[in-house]
Design a protein around this ligand. Structure first.
Ligand code: AMP
Length: 187
C-alpha cells in the first residue's frame, strides 16, 4: 500500500505516519526527518539545506525529488510506504507521478489531515521538539508557504480521485481511527 499523508505543518502527519507504520508494517518516508538528520550529521545535503529549513522555506524541487527517488529504491520500501511531507509542490507531485509510472506502481490513498490555522500555531508552539523552525515567525512563514505552494497539491490528487479528507481535530487515537476506517475500504 502506497500512501501520502498530507496537511499543513502541525497537522499531526508525523505522529499518524508512525502509528500507520506500526499498524500496517510499512515504512514511513519523511523528507523533513531526512533533512534534519543530514543537517545534524553535517553531510553535504545537510550543509546545502540548513539555512532553508531554518527559514521555513522549501528545499528546491529537484533536490527533494532526487532524494525521494533514491530513497524509494531501497528494498525496505518494496512492500509499500507512507510519504510524510512529500510531495509539497505541484512539480514534486508531477515528478512523483512519473516515478510511480516508471516503477509500474500506483498510489492507493492521499490522506488530507485538516486542522484550522489557529490550532496549528498553538500546537507547533507548544510541541517543544526544539526544532529551529518552530518559532512563531518561522511557523507563520511555513503556514504561508503551505497555503501558496503546497495546498495546490491537493487539487492535483483530487483530479485523480484519491483524496480522503480526515478531520484532524481530536485525540491522536481518534484521528488514527478515522484514518484506519478510510484505509479499510482500500486495503
Ligand atoms: P517537515 O518535517 O515535513 O515539517 O519539514 C521540515 C522542513 O523540511 C520544511 O519546512 C522544508 O524546509 C523541508 N522540506 C521537507 N519536505 C520537503 C519537500 N517535500 N519539499 C521542500 N522542502 C521540504
Amino acid at each position: 500500500m502506497n500512501i501520502i499523508l498530507f496537511g499543513p505543518p502541525g497537522a499531526g502527519k508525523g505522529t499518524q505516519a508512525k502509528l500507520l507504520q506500526e499498524e500496517f508494517q510499512i515504512p514511513q518516508l519523511s523528507t523533513g526527518d531526512i533533512f534534519r538528520a543530514a543537517i545534524k550529521n553535517e553531510t553535504p545535503l545537510g550543509v546545502k539545506v540548513k539555512s532553508i529549513l531554518d527559514a521555513g522555506e522549501l528545499v528546491p524541487d529537484q533536490t527533494v525529488v532526487d532524494l525521494v527517488a533514491d530513497e524509494l529504491k531501497k528494498e525496505k520500501y518494496s512492500g509499500g510506504y507512507i510519504l510524510d511531507g512529500f510531495p509539497r509542490t505541484v512539480p514534486q507531485a508531477e515528478a512523483f507521478d512519473r516515478m510511480l509510472e516508471n516503477n509500474n506502481a500506483s498510489l492507493d490513498a492521499f490522506i488530507e489531515l485538516s486542522v484550522p490555522e489557529e490550532e496549528l500555531v498553538k500546537r507547533i508552539l507548544s510541541r517543544g521538539e526544539g526544532r529551529s523552525d518552530d518559532t512563531e515567525d518561522k511557523v507563520k512563514n511555513r503556514l504561508s508557504v503551505y497555503q501558496n505552494e503546497t495546498k495546490p497539491v491537493l487539487n492535483h490528487y483530487q483530479k485523480q480521485d484519491l483524496v480522503k479528507h480526515i478531520d484532524g481535530i481530536g485525540t491522536v487515537e481518534e484521528i488514527f481511527d478515522r484514518i484506519k476506517s478510510e484505509l479499510k475500504e482500500i486495503a
